[in-house]
Design a protein around this ligand. Structure first.
Ligand SMILES: [Zn+2]
Ligand SMILES: [Zn+2]
Length: 157
């Protein structure tokens, strides 16, 4: 497993939306919150924060849904206008960042998650690796996840 050459590409199920990531993400981690379970249709989703300027839409069109969080903040969630695949979120409180759904990348070999958030709401059968960077809920800061991702990238290159 080694880091790819950037840009890398991803897209939706119907192939109408294609995007590229021109630089490595800031981290990859699993989110076990109830909304991610609903949006993914699975036990968790793989969140991949990126600098907004490093994501370019190459083709297709996206629609969005503004999801209010308990904190009162709004998260704008983008999906393919044709097939509805959830592609990325824009936390309106930090517009310089996008949180891409890592499973939409074409190649997942290098996107091994470095941690877990919202473990308190995980399905009881999910085993959390205690050696990863884990939080019961929303992390007060993503910095520990970013640092773990930097260490993993250095080990992979
Ligand atoms: Zn689509
Ligand atoms: Zn979540």
């Amino acid at each position: 497993m080694s880091m790819p050459d950037f840009p890398v590409q991803g897209g939706c199920v119907c192939r109408s939306v294609r995007y590229e990531l021109t630089a490595p993400p800031l981290a990859v981690y699993n989110c076990h919150c109830k909304d991610c379970q609903r949006f993914s249709g699975a036990g968790w989703s793989m969140s991949m924060p990126v600098n907004a300027e490093s994501l370019n839409i190459l083709d297709g069109s996206v629609v969005h849904y503004d999801k209010p969080a308990d904190s009162g903040r709004v998260v704008r969630m983008f999906a393919c206008a044709e097939c509805g695949t959830k592609l990325w979120n824009e936390p309106l409180s930090s517009p310089e960042m996008l949180v891409v759904r890592a499973g939409t990348l074409d190649d997942l070999a290098w996107v091994r998650p470095v941690g877990n958030i919202w473990t308190a709401s995980r399905a009881h059968w999910v085993e959390i690796d205690p050696h990863l960077v884990n939080f019961d809920g929303q992390p007060p800061s993503r910095d520990p996840l970013y640092a773990a991702w930097q260490r993993q990238m250095a080990a992979q290159s």
